[in-house]
Design a protein around this ligand. Structure first.
Ligand SMILES: N[C@@H](CCC(=O)N[C@@H](CS)C(=O)NCC(=O)O)C(=O)O
Length: 203
């Protein structure tokens, strides 16, 4: 059986998969693939993920992409951070799909156009629209986390928390005053030793 291989550099959504792998403590090979200069569109990489995005994994011949799906799969396969009931599993999927749909692209658009890009390339209109779009989902999350400590299982950190907190990575550097439950939960999730090891790969 060959070692699991993860494709993608840590300064990308691959951070999410690296965090999960660090939580699981399983051996893996990291192919530090960048999105620059067509790195994700080479014939070799398109055999791993025909969609040409990172992260992607090759788990002994089983190829999978989409960060949320990869993490759900890995947690379930290795029996760690995976909810133990059908209800918990459903909630983990619910939160992962919700965050991917309502927050992922929007947060990237906001941050890229307010800080990452050179000033002359920033699109202020797009940044404002994205910031507006994430306000309600962030309020929803703050409200839920005021009722219970974690997302899928009220008392236990699971893949649901990892997936959503990973999508919110850039909010660690943003003032979350007014959303105290979200702020506390986000910092608590990223304070985990495995999360710190993953972060160290990009910071
Ligand atoms: N929904 C996907 C998004 C993946 C994605 O867009 N990855 C970016 C890097 S963060 C990428 O591969 N961009 C380069 C490309 O599309 O060629 C996921 O969550 O895995």
């Amino acid at each position: 059986m060959s070692k699991l291989r993860v494709y993608g550099y840590a300064k990308s959504r691959t951070l999410r998969t690296l965090w999960m792998l660090e939580e699981l403590g399983i051996p893996y090979d990291h192919v530090d693939l960048s999105t620059q200069e067509g790195g994700t569109r080479t014939p070799d990489f398109l055999k791993i993920n025909p969609a040409g995005h990172i992260p992607a994994i090759d788990d002994d011949g089983f190829k999978l992409s989409e960060s949320m799906a990869i993490n759900l799969y890995l947690a379930k396969k290795h029996g760690k951070l995976y909810p133990t009931t059908a209800l918990g599993e459903a909630r983990a999927m619910q939160w992962s799909f919700w965050a991917a749909h309502e927050l992922d692209r929007q947060i990237v658009t906001w941050i890229v156009n307010t800080s990452s890009l050179p000033i002359e390339q920033r699109n202020t209109k797009a940044a404002l629209a994205a910031r507006e779009e994430i306000e309600w989902p962030l309020q929803v999350l703050n409200g839920e986390l005021g009722k219970q400590q974690y997302l899928a299982d009220p008392d236990t950190f699971t893949v649901a928390d990892l997936n959503v907190a990973a999508i919110l990575y850039r909010l660690l550097f943003v003032d979350l005053t007014g959303k105290p439950h979200l702020d506390k939960w986000l910092r608590h999730c990223w304070d985990r030793p495995a999360a710190k090891r993953a972060r160290a790969m990009r910071e």
